[in-house]
Design a binder for this molecule. Structure first.
Ligand code: SF4
Length: 347
């Protein structure tokens, strides 16, 4: 039996029962794929089920207000994915009669859908012969076939795409693609792969040459930038200042006014800064508390955040509106702000 057939046979005996495996509905598959780009299967499942409960059809998602979609997405991060999901749902309803196009190139042109997701949707839903290439697939192929070219270079991307397409069982594209991804997720795992019980053991180059830990190879190291942000939870007569973000990864989400610095400052230094004076000049305020530091890691950034609880009078902040404190938890916010909310009680 060759690699591809072994893979499918392994899958039939070992696959997990996941809700998106029991459907060929492209909307469900698309939704699951976008959620799973953000999170692990276990954490993703409740989001998937909740989304389908609130937006059972693509029309329901298209017709929903953006705030509601973002609120449902809250906690998953990368909110541009939720905004693209919403945009594309409207696009499909307005331009494709509410049906996902059964055409790889048309699917690929939809906003927020790249080569991987287009292959996943068209193969899982329509059994079309497009091989998926994600992190799991790259790991399996690089180990089994000893591919040591860095996967994050353009030559590496081409190589893995080519090899995947060559190995795809075209008449069983859906099952083959699911099999290789599942194999990477639970058998050929990044750390401690189950080599001792692996059906590929005899011909796996990484295993036979004792180089499992060295594969796959990555070239770039991402430089992580430290950011120091002080969020100001300012209460004024029972209301709180909140603004809707207009740019960046948190576009569309709500946030407190904030001060950002390049370096770590203590509370006294923050209150002596020009940025602080610009906000509180001519107003009366009292700092009630300052939270300890919350660390929030994004792909290129490490955010060090502190939340200040402040009572103020006569404060006017142009870019922010005053909302009732009791409705604060109804607004979609970043996972970072949500983590802070989990530590406080509104009184
Ligand atoms: S033998 Fe080990 S490294 Fe090779 S495919 Fe199996 S689990 Fe992966």
């Amino acid at each position: 039996m060759n690699f591809s057939n072994k893979l499918v046979s392994w899958y039939q005996n070992n696959k997990r029962d996941l809700p998106w495996r029991n459907t060929v509905n492209p909307y469900h598959i698309w939704l699951s794929e976008i959620i799973l780009q953000q999170t692990r299967v276990l954490q993703g499942q409740p989001y998937y089920l909740a989304f389908l409960k609130v937006f059972p059809t693509i029309e329901d998602l298209a017709n929903a207000p953006e705030d509601k979609v973002l609120k449902m997405w809250q906690g998953l991060g990368y909110y541009s994915r939720a905004r693209n999901l919403h945009f594309t749902a409207k696009d499909i309803v307005n331009n494709f009669g509410g049906e996902f196009p059964k055409d790889y190139n048309k699917v690929l042109k939809l906003k927020g859908i790249g080569v991987y997701t287009a292959a996943a949707i068209t193969s899982f839903a329509f059994d079309m012969p497009y091989a998926v290439v994600d992190g799991n697939v790259i790991r399996v192929l690089s180990r089994v076939f000893g591919v040591s070219i860095p996967f994050d270079t353009s030559a590496g991307k081409k190589e893995f795409q080519y090899l995947s397409q060559e190995l795809l069982i075209e008449k069983e594209a859906a099952i083959y693609n699911q099999a290789i991804m599942e194999f990477g997720a639970i058998q050929c795992k990044p750390k401690s792969p189950n080599c001792s019980s692996c059906p590929m053991q005899d011909f796996c180059i990484a295993y036979t040459t004792n180089s499992v830990a060295e594969l796959p190879v990555k070239s770039k190291k991402i430089k992580v930038k430290d950011r120091f942000i002080h969020y100001l939870f300012i209460e004024q007569e029972g209301d709180v200042f909140l603004g809707k973000r207009k740019s960046g990864i948190w576009t569309g989400l709500y946030e407190f006014p904030f001060l950002e610095f390049q370096i770590k400052l203590d509370e006294k230094q923050v209150m002596q800064s020009d940025e602080w004076s610009r906000i509180f000049l001519n107003s009366t305020f009292e700092v009630k508390s300052v939270s300890s530091e919350f660390i929030h890691i994004l792909s290129h950034q490490k955010i060090h955040a502190q939340f200040w609880q402040i009572k103020a009078t006569d404060l006017v902040l142009e870019k922010y509106e005053l909302i009732s404190k009791n409705s604060l938890f109804e607004f979609p916010v970043s996972r970072l702000t949500e983590k802070y909310f989990e530590t406080i009680e509104l009184t």
